[in-house]
Design a protein around this ligand. Structure first.
Ligand SMILES: Nc1ncnc2c1ncn2[C@@H]1O[C@H](COP(=O)(O)OP(=O)(O)OP(=O)(O)O)[C@@H](O)[C@H]1O
Length: 412
């Protein structure tokens, strides 16, 4: 019995497999097995019967569904060896080999960037599928632990009040969620953190994924901060004095030269593209990706609802941070509930599509403006898995897109 038949037979016997093992109907070569897996995927989470699976298959393709007896026969053939995960891995591998065969032929013919990128993505996926998992013993972990005791801290400093909560600064392996109501200054705050990372630390690389702005729209904000030129003046550039034009050009050029930074725009809003771009940037430097913002990220499966998409986004980004020891700062919106409360301070439960954002984040920062003075911004470290929680106070100079520590409030 081949791998596809064995796995499908196991799945017919055990409805929990489809929820616990990574399986995609697309990987199956046999149209019949593909259809059964598609039906099982639709019934995911249910304790399905063979009859239900058959009904689902008929709704997918009435004429190729076969008979319910065929399914019962297949079910009876299950080898029941408990190796579903390995079977799925082999099926996934075989699928990737077929795709790689086509993709490499296409690339050989066209040598186009699109075909080249497709080929690299498939190779990357293949590398991941065959990544050998740890056997759970502690020997390697212990060696790594001893090694880490003698290594200097690799925390990257930003603003002192925030660093203090984070145990000295931003360290790798973390998913940090930065949330606030629209126009509180999330993007500006993220850019300021990035600026601090570059100017206060060596060997740092940062990328900014922005799905609402162009590269220069984003850069203008940094230029405004660095040059102290009102960001509004960049909208109608005729208002900029010749001196300011020179200053702006020089500031942009200097950042381009000295910051190891890239800005990816909406063409990278698909989760796979984000993952791909991040993986390509991983080298010896300490890397931080800023993703603005979670609600605009798309995934390939169009059937997923908002909550399922968010689950996938946070799970996959979290996995990247732990697999590669990098930091991802994920921006997110807060729901309107904040405004309806007497006390306008945001809470973790205000995170839109909250569940997975709240759960997967190592750190959650909630930004909110003071009701009386909108320049005063509270950065509430509302969740911190490895450290303290509390408020880091800032002053937001909106004209110049600049965040500075609010020393009147900070009791450092
Ligand atoms: N030149 C300027 N002068 C005064 N205020 C400005 C200027 N430019 C932008 N602002 C204000 O700064 C804030 C922009 O902050 P930012 O875009 O970082 O917020 P955000 O939380 O990321 O918003 P969104 O959720 O809409 O993306 C807005 O309140 C905007 O009105």
């Amino acid at each position: 019995m081949n791998n596809e038949l064995s796995l499908v037979a196991e799945m017919l016997n055990n409805p929990s497999i489809i929820t616990s093992v990574d399986i995609d109907s697309e990987w199956f070569e046999s149209p019949q097995q593909k259809m059964i897996v598609e039906a099982l995927t639709r019934l995911r989470g249910m304790n399905y019967t063979t009859e239900q699976v058959y009904r689902e298959m008929r709704s997918i393709d009435l004429f190729s569904a076969g008979t319910v007896d065929d399914l019962e026969t297949l079910k009876g053939l299950a080898p029941q060896l408990g190796i579903e995960r390995e079977l799925a891995r082999q099926i996934h591998n075989a699928y990737l080999d077929r795709k790689l065969h086509t993709a490499s032929t296409d690339y050989a013919q066209t040598l186009s960037k699109t075909d080249g990128d497709k080929l690299s993505r498939l190779l990357e996926e293949k590398r991941e599928v065959n990544h050998i998992k740890s056997d759970g013993r502690l020997d390697l972990a212990f060696a790594e632990f001893c090694d880490s005791l003698d290594r200097p801290s690799n925390a990257m400093t930003t603003y002192k009040p925030l660093d203090d909560f984070l145990g000295g600064g931003i360290t790798g392996g973390k998913l940090i969620v930065l949330a606030g109501r629209p126009a509180t200054g999330k993007t500006a705050f993220a850019l300021n953190i990035m600026y601090e990372l570059f100017t206060k630390n060596d060997d740092v690389a940062c990328d900014f994924f922005t799905f609402e702005m162009g590269q220069n729209e984003l850069m203008t904000r940094l230029v405004s901060k660095v040059t102290n030129i009102n960001s509004l003046l960049f909208v109608g550039k005729d208002k900029l004095s010749p001196d300011n034009k020179v200053k702006a050009r020089e500031a942009y050029e200097a950042m381009k030269r000295s910051f190891d930074m890239r800005v990816f725009t909406s063409e990278y809003s698909n989760l796979n593209d984000i993952k791909y771009a991040i993986k390509k940037r991983i080298d010896d430097k300490r890397y931080v990706a800023f993703v603005d913002y979670a609600g605009l990220i798309t995934v390939n499966d169009a059937r997923k609802n908002e909550r399922q998409v968010m689950n996938e986004v946070t799970r996959e980004l979290k996995k990247l941070t732990t697999d590669y020891g990098i930091t991802i700062i994920l921006l997110a919106q807060l729901s309107r509930a904040v405004e309806q409360r007497q006390d306008k301070r945001p809470m973790l439960s205000d995170l839109k599509e909250s569940g997975s954002l709240e759960q997967d984040a190592n750190v959650t920062l909630l930004l909110s403006a003071d009701e009386k003075d909108s320049r005063k911004i509270r950065c509430d470290v509302a969740k911190n898995r490895e450290g303290m929680t509390g408020i880091a106070p800032f002053i937001f100079d909106k004209k110049h897109m600049d965040f500075s520590i609010d020393f009147d409030e900070w009791r450092g």
